[in-house]
Design a protein around this ligand. Structure first.
Ligand SMILES: Cc1cc2nc3c(=O)[nH]c(=O)nc-3n(C[C@H](O)[C@H](O)[C@H](O)COP(=O)(O)OP(=O)(O)OC[C@H]3O[C@@H](n4cnc5c(N)ncnc54)[C@H](O)[C@@H]3O)c2cc1C
Length: 471
């Protein structure tokens, strides 16, 4: 009987896991997760990982094996473990994250000197990023043709249940997850996260089932309304691979809906995720360097006080503050509001998109190297297929359009809850009597806007136009 190391990374699940299936077919399996210092996880991701691994460990032990936890450099740990258990092979899900690709190169060399195989299975994505090329043989830089090519080439694997039994190899040394201190240590800020999420494979499956039943049909009409629970909230589960994208795709396709418009819109969103991964695969510096290099010379402002106000949801612009507080409270922000909040930082405040990217990285439970960086570059206008530089969201109009009753703002900014819908997105134009009746004192109970929206828009246009001229 053969022996394998199953190196779990962005595929923390037992169902539809091709690496696990291959390892089980070969015989005994030692599943391992490595907390590598190169992972640089944000605080919300660390919280998620703690719970996801705890849940995975109990599912694995219920099936007769143990999840081995190790902290340190994967390039050392994986070959050493493979040697220790005399494995024939190491199986893992293929990753598009730059640090893992780098580690994989070294590990492949070490394992081949030990005469052990290293298999990386398609797992996190729908297609291998190398597989999808333009007619000229290049990587795609525009979403539309990329999505069309994916629709044509993608062949989801047939679904497989979690195995009933995993044949392990006695007791292998493992660290205790509590010692990793992934949970908050100084003060417990995770109440809202606990109330919102159930990390792990079961939580992922529940989200999907619920979304298919109630959210898919009206998805197209509701997905842009932050007050409605109109999207799947599958993003952190997909990021950690607690559910496979094949499973989400197939279940969506099979869902019994009257119309296809919701279904098609949702499948297209999954392809945005795929596109972001494709971009990261071909541009490893996506999170730090603008894809259009001319943007590196833009004269961004250094404005730490304004950056801090943005992070804390105290800019005085209600829809932006509601989004930033939703992020802080729940570790997630609605996509439409992410776009507004990012545009506000990069355009109205003229603060570097990388500063926003790193705050999101720290606070999002779905923080994803590809989707986060690609989306920030998209909003800033420096990515490929990005929004044009002159498109600057007006947060008041956006708020009125997508949160017309102001329910989203009221939920996250209780100090504005008494304002009527007419003024909720621009309290500074409300008559004194209305403010008084709502117990709002601008500058005291809620800030006045930290920038003039019109003047800051002009300032951004001037800065971005200069860049065009320079380019
Ligand atoms: C500035 C900014 C930063 C972002 N950072 C991240 C991030 O770190 N991680 C992340 O997963 N998404 C990120 N997104 C994309 C998007 O906001 C989230 O994927 C989405 O809000 C997740 O909610 P959901 O699962 O309910 O989405 P749904 O609407 O239910 O969509 C289903 C799935 O499709 C994928 N998806 C949807 N929209 C996008 C998109 N625009 N780009 C890439 N994938 C998408 C996600 O995996 C999502 O779970 C960012 C967007 C912006 C504007």
């Amino acid at each position: 009987m053969g022996r394998s190391v199953l190196w779990l990374r962005n595929d923390l699940r037992l169902a539809n896991n091709p690496a696990l299936i291959a390892a089980l077919e070969a015989g005994q399996v030692v599943p391992v997760f490595v907390l590598d210092p190169a992972m640089t996880l944000g605080a919300a991701s660390r919280w998620w990982l703690h719970h996801s691994l705890s849940s995975l460990a109990s599912e694995i032990s219920a099936r007769g094996a143990n999840l081995v936890l190790r902290r340190g450099e994967a390039r050392q740990i994986i070959p050493t473990l493979a040697k220790q258990i005399e494995a024939d092979a190491v199986h893992a899900g293929k990753s598009h994250e730059p640090w893992l690709r780098e580690a994989d190169r070294d590990i492949a060399t070490s394992l081949s000197t030990q005469r052990r195989a290293f298999y990386r299975h398609r797992s996190a994505l729908m297609l291998d990023p190398e597989q999808i090329k333009t007619k000229a043989g290049d990587s795609y830089r525009v979403y539309g043709p990329f999505a069309a090519a994916c629709f044509e080439a993608y062949m989801p694997r047939p679904l497989t249940d979690a195995p009933k039994r995993i044949r392990g190899i006695g007791q292998i040394d493992s660290e205790n997850i509590d010692e990793w201190e992934l949970l908050p240590t100084k003060f417990d800020w995770a109440d809202g996260l606990r109330a919102t999420w159930q990390p792990g494979e079961r939580g992922a499956q529940q989200r999907l089932t619920q979304f298919l039943e109630f959210g898919l049909e009206p998805y197209n009409e509701r997905r842009n309304l932050p007050a409605a629970a109109g999207t799947s909230m599958l993003s952190p589960h997909l990021h950690w691979g607690e559910i496979s994208v094949d499973a989400v795709w197939l279940a969506t396709k099979a869902a019994n809906t009257k119309h296809h418009v919701g279904k098609n819109a949702f499948l297209k969103e999954l392809l945005w995720r795929e596109f972001a991964a494709h971009l990261l695969w071909h541009h490893e510096t996506l999170a730090t360097a603008p894809m259009k290099p001319i943007f590196a010379s833009l004269l961004w402002r250094r404005a730490p006080t304004e950056l801090r106000a943005w992070k804390r949801g105290l800019t005085g612009v209600p829809i932006i503050d509601a989004g930033m507080r939703q992020l802080w409270e729940t570790g997630w922000m609605h996509n439409r509001v992410r776009m507004m909040a990012a545009s506000f930082l990069v355009k109205n405040l003229l603060i570097r998109w990388q500063d926003g990217e790193s705050w999101f990285w720290d606070t999002l439970v779905d923080a994803d190297a590809a989707s986060n960086a690609a989306s920030w570059q998209w909003v800033a206008g420096c990515g490929v297929d990005a929004t044009p530089y002159f498109r600057i969201f007006n947060p008041v109009l956006q708020g009125q359009k997508f949160d017309p009753g102001g329910d989203y703002v009221r939920r996250y900014i209780p100090e504005l809850a008494g304002l009527p819908a007419r003024y909720i997105h621009s309290p500074w134009i409300a008559p004194e009597s209305t403010l008084r009746a709502a117990r709002v004192t601008l500058g005291k109970t809620y800030p006045l806007p930290i920038v003039d929206l019109k003047a800051s828009r002009e300032r951004a246009l001037t800065a971005f136009r200069k860049l065009k001229i320079a380019g």
